[in-house]
Design a protein around this ligand. Structure first.
Ligand SMILES: Cc1cc2nc3c(=O)[nH]c(=O)nc-3n(C[C@H](O)[C@H](O)[C@H](O)COP(=O)(O)O)c2cc1C
Length: 171
C-alpha cells in the first residue's frame, strides 16, 4: 500500500522521537496533579496522561514519570488532586512542567478537602484517594478513587496537540 507524502512510521528500535510524534497526534486536555509530601509541602506536575477508568467505583488514572521530583510523594500520598486546566491557566501548565523554584508561589491555590492542593480557577477538580499504583515502564500508573469532583460549566479547556498548546476553535 502506498503512503501519503507526509506519513511517517515508527517500529521497535526506531527513533523514540518518532513514537512521541505519533503519540502527540492524540489531542488531550492538560492537568496539574498535586499532593502534599511527607513534610506537608505542596507538590505537583503538569500531566496530560489523565484518563477516566471506571464509573462504579469512580476511578481515574494518571501516569507519572518515575524520575519526576514529585513521583514518590504522589505514589505515597493517601490523597491527590487532578486539576483540569482551562485556557487561562496556560501559565500554570508551564510553571508545573518546567524548572521553577516555587511552583505554588506562582499559582493561586488552596488546600482541598482531603489536603491536596487545588488550583484556583480550574475547569474541573478531582480530589482522589489513592486506589492503586502500577508499574508502567518508566512511569507509575497512579489510580485514584474520586471522592469529590467540581467543575465550571462555562469555561473552555486548555488543550495539547502535537507538542503545542491549543484551544477549541468551534462553538
Ligand atoms: C502538556 C504536558 C503534559 C505532560 N504530561 C506528563 C505526564 O502525563 N506525566 C509525566 O510524568 N510528565 C508529564 N509532563 C512532563 C512534566 O510536567 C515535567 O517533566 C515536570 O517538570 C516533571 O516534574 P519535575 O520537574 O518536578 O521533576 C508533561 C508536560 C507537559 C508540558
Amino acid at each position: 500500500m502506498s503512503t501519503l507524502p507526509d506519513s511517517r512510521e515508527y517500529r521497535t528500535g526506531s527513533d523514540p522521537r518518532t513514537l512521541r510524534d505519533a503519540l502527540g497526534c492524540f489531542a488531550t486536555g492538560v492537568t496539574v496533579v498535586t499532593c502534599l509530601d511527607a513534610d506537608g509541602n505542596p507538590c505537583g506536575l503538569t500531566a496530560n496522561s489523565f484518563t477516566s477508568v471506571s464509573l462504579d467505583p469512580p476511578l481515574l488514572l494518571v501516569c507519572i514519570h518515575k524520575n519526576a521530583t514529585c513521583a514518590v510523594p504522589l505514589i505515597e500520598a493517601g490523597h491527590f488532586a487532578v486539576n483540569v486546566l482551562q485556557t487561562g491557566q496556560q501559565p500554570a501548565s508551564i510553571t508545573f512542567s518546567t524548572r521553577v523554584e516555587d511552583r505554588f508561589g506562582q499559582t493561586p491555590w488552596s488546600a482541598g478537602e482531603m489536603g491536596a492542593p487545588v488550583l484556583a480557577g480550574s475547569l474541573s477538580i478531582f480530589e482522589c484517594a489513592r486506589n492503586a499504583v502500577h508499574e508502567g515502564g518508566d512511569h507509575w500508573i497512579l489510580v485514584g478513587e474520586v471522592k469529590k469532583a467540581t467543575f465550571e460549566a462555562g469555561l473552555d479547556p486548555l488543550l495539547y496537540f502535537r507538542g503545542s498548546y491549543r484551544r477549541l476553535h468551534f462553538d
